[in-house]
Write a protein that binds this ligand. Structure first.
Ligand code: SDX
Length: 437
């Protein structure tokens, strides 16, 4: 899909004075959110770089896919509020929306779902890659390896200049990522892989491949669990230029094939400050153990000398509630009630949330629960081990990554990303022979 949206060149400028000389920086406006200053000619004109480690004030690209209003706690996929999509849509319909910019008609929806369903199997040779891993390998390590290895199998969809090949690669990744994710789980518990079924929807098929056992007995997918799984996928699908999406874009900017780019995104998502937070959050709740221990951990989180942070709290963009956390909080309650699970961790989570939101430290720093705070509780109740939590995040985010990758490739102004630096190291010096050191 070629981008039909354009930034507005406002005609206004910001005046920058550098050592007595003035420079005019053009101001552009989008459809929502902060305006931007175009500094792309700053180095050529001033021989200076801007400095913004962590990109706290830097827009890396133009995008029309996802918008977050951090102050209001709003998240829109192609303009549609996440709450409405979570309630009314399904993951593959949301995937179509993210990829194409519009909700599908009934025929488009049917055609897309068929295309995905009939690409869910992986090349049988790919199965051999799993045998090279230790059974106790972290599932994210296997995901990085196997998804990257897809570059070695699907040569007919790695020419990024061909729109048809880009579409095939996108569909293959969206279709096969649940199969690979389920295979990482089966491999870790020593059970045989379960082949996908074409009569199940996306979430049902994933649960079937994960928890079904071939030939031993039928696995009847629970509608409640499948609906909760589908909602969790929707909530995790995309999120502007977060660390892993920026990784995918930067890898893609060099012309790397989409499978390698998605593997890079998986690697970045693995970190506990990012997608690994859901696993870290559940481990933290387990470590806290009971409501009585919460004050001790709140104090640790506030202690500047203690590296401990409340996992599942805080966000670079949200300075209000993460809207995904709100949806997941209700979903957690519904799933645990439906399953008859009385998980004390949910009690600990709710009390931790209540205390933290009243504590001046968290109020002052605008630290609210994020998407990872409740997802782990639901996933644990559904039977997933904590080591699989980030795998599920990667499964869902694959459609966001590949949508953002496609938008970048189709951007006519796209060029290879190559940040500069503020060099603070040694200035030039001569080599010293070893006998003189
Ligand atoms: C995701 O970017 C995305 O969109 C990501 C994501 C997506 O969908 O792709 O939303 C998914 O990654 C959600 C975030 C999951 N991570 C966690 O839950 C880990 C815990 N959170 C923190 O590590 C932190 O809040 C970050 C990494 C999420 C955000 O970090 P920032 O924006 O760089 O903020 P910061 O680290 O500079 O913190 C600002 C202040 C600091 O105090 P001061 O130095 O100003 O005194 O807030 C404090 C921090 O010490 N702080 C916390 C805290 N998070 C920030 N203190 C205690 N507990 C926390 N969780």
């Amino acid at each position: 899909m070629t981008n039909k949206y354009e930034k507005t060149v406002t005609g206004d400028t910001a005046t920058l004075t550098v050592r007595g000389k003035n420079y005019e920086l053009p101001i552009y406006a989008g459809s929502s959110g902060p305006d931007v200053l175009d500094i792309s000619k700053l180095y050529a004109e001033t021989d200076m770089f801007t400095f913004d480690p962590g990109f706290t004030s830097t827009a890396s690209c133009e995008s029309s896919i996802t918008y977050i209003d951090g102050g209001k706690g709003e998240l829109l996929y192609r303009g549609y509020p996440i709450e409405q999509l979570a309630e009314k849509s399904d993951f593959l319909e949301v995937a179509y929306l993210l990829l194409n910019g519009e909700l599908p008609t009934a025929d488009q929806d049917k055609e897309f779902k068929k295309a995905i369903t009939y690409h869910t199997m992986v090349h049988e040779q790919l199965v051999r890659f799993f045998g090279g891993f230790r059974r106790d390998a972290h599932p994210m390590a296997i995901m990085c390896g196997v998804v990257g290895a897809m570059s070695a199998f699907y040569h007919d969809s790695t020419d990024i200049t061909d729109p048809q090949q880009r579409r095939v690669a996108s569909n293959r990744l969206i279709a096969k990522i649940p199969t690979i994710a389920a295979m990482t789980y089966k491999y870790s518990i020593g059970q045989p892989f379960v082949y996908p079924r074409n009569d199940l929807n996306y979430a049902e098929n994933f649960l079937y491949m994960t928890f079904g056992v071939p030939n031993c007995e039928d696995y009847n997918v629970s509608k409640t669990l499948a609906d909760a799984m589908d909602k969790i996928f929707i909530l995790h699908a995309d999120h502007e230029q977060n660390a892993s999406t920026s990784t995918v874009r930067l890898a893609g900017s060099s012309g790397a094939n989409p499978f390698a780019c998605i593997a890079a995104g998986i690697a970045s998502l693995w970190g506990p400050a990012h997608g690994g937070a859901n696993e870290a959050c559940l481990n933290m709740l387990s470590e806290i153990g009971s409501v009585d221990n919460i004050p001790e951990y709140i104090n640790k989180a506030k202690d500047k000398n203690d590296p401990f942070r409340l996992m599942g709290f805080g966000h670079r963009v949200y300075k209000n509630f993460d809207p995904r956390a709100k949806v997941l909080q209700q979903a957690a309650h519904d799933v645990l009630e439906e399953l008859g699970v009385n998980d004390t961790l949910l009690d600990v989570a709710k009390e931790l949330e209540r205390i933290a939101l009243e504590d001046p430290y968290f109020v002052e720093k605008k630290l609210y629960p994020n998407v990872d705070f409740y997802s782990g509780i639901i996933l644990k109740a559904m039977g997933f081990p904590t080591s699989m939590f980030t795998v599920l995040f990667a499964l869902a985010r694959t459609v966001g990554w590949i949508s953002q990758w496609g938008e970048m490739i189709e951007d006519p102004t796209q060029k290879i990303g190559r940040p500069r630096q503020l060099f603070i190291g040694e200035t030039e010096r001569n080599y010293i022979d070893v006998d003189k050191r």
